[in-house]
Write a protein that binds this ligand. Sequence first.
Ligand code: HAM
Length: 418
Amino acid sequence: MVQAIRGFKDILPGETERWLALESSARDLFAAYGYAEIRPPILESTEVFSRSIGETTDIVEKEMYTFQDRSNRSVTLRPEGTASVVRACVEHHQFQTLPLKLYYLGPMFRHERPQAGRLRQFHQIGVEAMGVEDAGMDIEVLALLRDLFERFGLRDLELQVSSLGCSICRPAYRERLLGFLRPQISALCPDCQGRLERNPLRTLDCKREACREATQDAPRILDSLCEACRSHFAEVREGLDTLRIPYVVNPRIVRGLDYYMRTAFELVTDCLGAQNAVAAGGRYDGLVKDLGGPDIPGIGFALGMERVLALLKDRQPPAQVSPFFVAALGKVARREALLLIQALRNVGKPVEWDPAGGSLKSQLRKADRLGARQVVILGEEEIKTGRATLRDMAAKTQQSIPLSDLLTTLTTKSASHE
Ligand code: HAM
């Protein structure tokens, strides 16, 4: 037997209903916030990601599915959505009317070590809002994030926010941090030692106990912000207070993607073990320009659908509408049945039948297995008298209905009887 690749999961019937429910409640809210959907391709030129996420990040260094295609071009299965969305907007000159507010959903690919809550193909729902530098945009995006999780019925998550500074204040902070970390390099884990000079901020984010201890008294980026970044962050916090969005400031937020600046945030839970971020995002004011577009700021977030669904796993799945079942016996009755089935499906009523035919008993058994509550029985007798039998499976009662009234009777049946 050939099996699915490790870290790649089949999403089977029974689960897909939950996925659809999540997607459609997100789509409804995005419409209310004025976000339009964008669907970039899953495969991109590798440089889309190496130029944006950053050459020294874990994602680009070790996690991308990169290969040469048949024309010897280096291509990559997208590890995230932001870079693709920005590439598409630059390529198709989407910046005429600002802010440009977009959302996307679909699979992303990262070659990480699979474990609970961490997959190699996972799915994100994400938003990107481009064109506004003002903190008002950050506040709207964070309000959208809060409302989205309210809709999902997930309220006890913690929103952590910070500011990562900008190209003016971050380099100086980086030097201060390096000055603090260099003397204790031997106390750091091998990963952090290896990348200390290239990416010292990642040490703050390291989950290893040794690095946590070594960085306990490290200088905080929030104490090194320039005036513009400081007042931007203060405005974001004020907006969150005004909208009564609870949050904590976590100055250790680093994010594993280099394009971020200023506002960075994560929505975390303690119910998913080590993989505690359910959603995350931030501001990326230089990214559009870096990918060849105009100098336009942006901010967004993405949530991991598998992680949201894991948090929702004990909830009732969306109610299934039980189908009608049409049981037909004999050639003429089958013809009549096909027409009825077609007419019901055309008006959106779910209906099942047994294409293989068989005895009435076996067809009723099948109807029962499919959860049908109403079964239309069409046999030779019914065709002769011009009346169908309608059987209520739960009450075990039957009524006779003229064939000419059948469609109207069935389509006006209330949902609770369906
Ligand atoms: P990210 O933090 O890399 O950000 O991913 C966002 C979310 O995707 C995570 O919080 C997590 O829920 C989910 N996720 C990430 N990796 C995995 C995995 N291996 N398995 C399961 N779920 C995973 C971004 O991707 C940014 N593009 C977000 C963004 C949008 N920033 C601005 N706009």
